[in-house]
Design a protein. Sequence first.
Length: 301
Amino acid sequence: MSKYYLNYLDELEAEAIFVLREVWAQFQNPVILFSGGKDSILVTHLAKKAFWPAKIPFALLQIDTGHNFPETIAFRDELVDSLGVKLIVGSVQESIDKGRVAEERGKNASRNVLQITTLLDSIEANKIDCAIGGGRRDEEKARAKERFFSHRDEFGQWDPKNQRPELWNLLNGKHFEGEHFRAFPISNWTEMDVWNYILRENIQIPSIYFAHQREVVWRNDTWIPNSEFLKLEPNEEVVSKKIRFRTLGDITITGGIESDADTLAKIVEEVAAMRQTERGNRSDDKRSETAMEDRKREGYF
């Protein structure tokens, strides 16, 4: 076999790097949407490769709900320091304090939907014309409708029926004043691809992705971490379980799975046997059949 043969991870990497370079070529002030989750970390790693030996030309934008895993905030700060990039933080708590959004109430209250207003405000305040996300088409049916360059109107809203064709790797980022784009360089990756690549590149990720003992509560058919933000019901019991998290969101809505996968190699092996999407443990996606698409239409990630 030719020494120039590219395996599938090399092809995915090359495609993502092409999209990232197109973003830099076509937009004036793009940023990477950074949650501290594995997909945004992967996109940041790919950006580092795309522009090496120069620094990453994108700032990182995080929408901080205030209900974070402490491990991811510590990881974020270390990564920003090591890369020497600018970090922009949009605060959901600040949006609540200003009356821009109202805090949800009740047992399953979440700040997830509240991120939309904070995100759109941050995009407008910082004059961002493209926000690069780590969304993948295999995650959820609404994600599958996204293009590499996903147009948002002047209200930040997404219309899946009004997206531009992307033929022969031609990406069109032209837009009117006030509009912006979301870019998804790893659209064609699967969860398995992500973990295989993280293993191959030995990319550092937060400790929540590895199996560890944690106090949790069984709710909505998943193990929710116990935290200062979780309101316990009388019949709920806090127990200690060895779990890990497949996806990252607010600590109040991100469910863990029982697992012994405490190394990258073990995670790859475990994911290969999974039959449920990684977002199957996110309570925000269980609110309705169209929960994700409804949020995306309003301007969600």
